[in-house]
Design a protein around this ligand. Structure first.
Ligand SMILES: NC(=O)C1=CN([C@@H]2O[C@H](COP(=O)(O)OP(=O)(O)OC[C@H]3O[C@@H](n4cnc5c(N)ncnc54)[C@H](OP(=O)(O)O)[C@@H]3O)[C@@H](O)[C@H]2O)[C@@H](O)CC1
Ligand SMILES: Nc1ncnc2c1ncn2[C@@H]1O[C@H](COP(=O)(O)OP(=O)(O)O)[C@@H](O)[C@H]1O
Ligand SMILES: [K+]
Length: 524
């Protein structure tokens, strides 16, 4: 499913109006009707009392439609207006006039105390304060009222987006309504799906408000959910060479976990031959954990990291490989960092760079910018900040645009990791992954991801698709593991062990997971 910015949503609205002649009023009516239907399905219209909290824009207008539908079905409703009704324009104004003529109980609220006095008499709150028009921090009485809503403990239905969440970034603009259910219109906004905004929705529903598919499938919208696709079968006569040969250049004296997790995850995700080039001194120790891995012992520096003199050997050895994965646990030793840069610059093979490899790239990004073969980078927000020389706060505040910029500047497919990981391509496409859980924030989890992406590359031979499906499967393995053992104390090894089950589950259920947006967005 496509995911839109606030500006793109407005553009779509305009297209619906100008190209298809759907009047503005009809869009608002559709929005209100879909919201009403979800409310009717969830609550008891005979018993529950509904408080509709309206701001002065079109989000408030949608709230007035919901109020009218409830009122006309003889539910007990009260509208509260947080801004002067003279502010309503267009369809919102029309719906205000109708509400007045129908004598729907309506009250203007001047301060938060009056609001708090009203609250106890109601069972359900409908939040139509701000939608996509929120353009500044929430303060004054709005802040106090949102706080009162959140403290009330009553079920809250948010219209379009929880009030206080920025529609483009998912950031909380000072304070935001914590909803139990959100009905969003047209398509999900970035702010509905990016964290922390996503958490504020409660259950998220989308209604296309009668947009033509041409509008909501618009190819110019380049951000979308990371939907699973069908994987090719393993042929009956498959041999291990067929399932891919990749080389991991990873590990140092003190970093034995990262190379193991990465190289082993490749095998657990269905890869054929996993070669691990690692300092001689640690190879046998890692081999005890993962005897299926094939070792290429390397010369080491004094501190036990990979020495620069291995460069020619690595280039030669990788000639026969489908992909070279560089960096997990390779250390920040200066000589090793230079080896990584030289290897990346000179290797004509597809490469995946993670961990300490990303630090090497950050120091001199020219080593990847002009590569002809595909480059995949898998930074967490800290590593992304280092790659672009900005702060982590700047990365997290605007993950989608930061990722787009990085992909273009670095000429790479990039996974910006973290909850709802993003996968970006230099052509501007961005995919948002919906699998995974916070239990996966654990050491080594990212190394398991690199091996999984490499395995998908061996299977799919398409770097973007492999990265997307690798990220999805890694999250799915984490979810399957968490279903069994909970999220606390989930280890990278548990994610690794669940990769085969994740693949089996994926092959059986990819279509449902796609159609149901991994259970995170329901279409109404
Ligand atoms: N397909 C669609 O897109 C459709 C969209 N529709 C609906 O339209 C909504 C967008 O409507 P919108 O543009 O009128 O803006 P909206 O969210 O009501 O907010 C503007 C109001 O908030 C105020 N305000 C803002 N920030 C503030 C702050 N911090 N503190 C205080 N006040 C603040 C601002 O005040 P002002 O800046 O004028 O002082 C103004 O009064 C969208 O979310 C969806 O629900 C549907 O009807 C059908 C089709
Ligand atoms: N809250 C979360 N929800 C979903 N996935 C997460 C969350 N936190 C971390 N992850 C995933 O776990 C992995 C952690 O990788 P990384 O930060 O590189 O850890 P490490 O370096 O310890 O291996 C990434 O794939 C990331 O997307
Ligand atoms: K809202």
């Amino acid at each position: 499913m496509k995911i839109v910015s606030v500006e793109q949503m407005r553009q779509m609205d305009q297209t619906a109006i100008s190209e298809f002649g759907i009047p503005d009023q009809l869009l608002m009516e559709n929005a209100g009707l879909a919201s009403y239907e979800k409310i009717r399905d969830r609550f008891d219209l005979q018993k529950d009392k509904f408080l509709i909290v309206c701001g002065g824009g079109n989000n408030g207008g949608d709230g007035l439609v919901v109020a009218r539908k409830l009122f006309s079905n003889e539910a007990k409703v009260q509208v509260v207006l947080l801004s002067n009704p003279s502010k309503f324009k267009g369809s919102a104004h029309l719906n205000y006039q109708i509400a007045q003529q129908m004598k729907i109980p309506t009250q203007s609220i001047e301060n938060a105390q009056d609001f708090e006095t009203l609250l106890p008499a109601f069972d359900v709150i409908v939040d139509a304060i701000f939608g996509t028009g929120l353009d500044r921090e929430v303060g004054g009485k709005y802040r106090d009222i949102i706080q009162a809503i959140n403290r009330s403990g009553k079920p809250v239905v948010s219209i379009d987006i929880p009030s206080g969440i920025n529609g483009n970034t998912g950031q909380v603009m000072g304070i935001a309504v914590k909803a139990d259910m959100t009905i969003t219109f047209g398509l999900p906004k970035l702010g509905n799906l990016l964290l922390p905004g996503f958490e504020y929705n409660g259950q998220l529903f989308v209604t296309h408000i009668s947009f033509a598919p041409k509008i909501f499938n618009n190819p110019e919208v380049q951000t979308q959910t990371n939907d699973p696709v069908e994987l090719p079968e393993r042929p009956t006569d498959a041999h291990k060479g067929f399932c891919g040969k990749v080389l991991f250049v990873a590990g140092a004296a003190n970093y034995l976990g990262a190379p193991y997790f990465a190289a082993h995850a490749f095998l657990k995700a269905g890869g054929g031959l996993s070669y691990l080039a690692t300092p001689r001194q640690i190879a046998s120790t890692i081999a005890m954990q993962g005897p299926e891995i094939i070792f290429q012992p390397l010369q080491a520096t004094e501190s036990g990291s990979i020495a620069h003199e291995n460069l020619d050997f690595l280039l030669e050895f990788s000639e026969d490989m489908e992909m070279v994965i560089v960096g997990p646990g390779a250390s920040l030793q200066a000589e090793t960092q230079q080896l990584i840069r030289d290897l990346l610059e000179k290797s004509p093979k597809p490469v995946l760079v993670d961990g300490d490899g990303l630090t090497a790239v950050a120091k001199d990004p020219a080593c990847i910018k002009f590569r002809q073969a595909p480059t995949i980078l898998t930074p967490h927000p800290g590593e992304m900040a280092r790659l672009l020389n900005i702060s982590i706060g700047e990365v997290q505040k605007n993950r989608v645009e930061v990722l787009r910029r990085a992909c273009k500047e670095l000429n790479a497919i990039i996974v910006l990791k973290g909850a709802h990981s993003l996968i970006g391509h230099p052509d501007g496409r961005v995919y948002m992954n919906l699998s995974g859980n916070p239990g996966m924030a654990t050491a080594g989890s990212g190394d398991v991801l690199t091996g999984t992406i490499a395995a998908m590359y061996a299977l799919l031979k398409d770097p973007l698709l492999a990265t997307r499906i690798g990220v999805f499967l890694h999250g799915l393995a984490g979810d399957l593991a968490a279903q069994k053992m909970g999220m606390d104390g989930l280890l990278a090894g548990d994610i690794l062990q669940h990769l085969p089950e994740a693949l089996q589950h994926y092959r059986r259920h990819w279509r449902e997971m796609k159609n149901q947006n991994y259970g995170k967005i329901s279409l109404v």
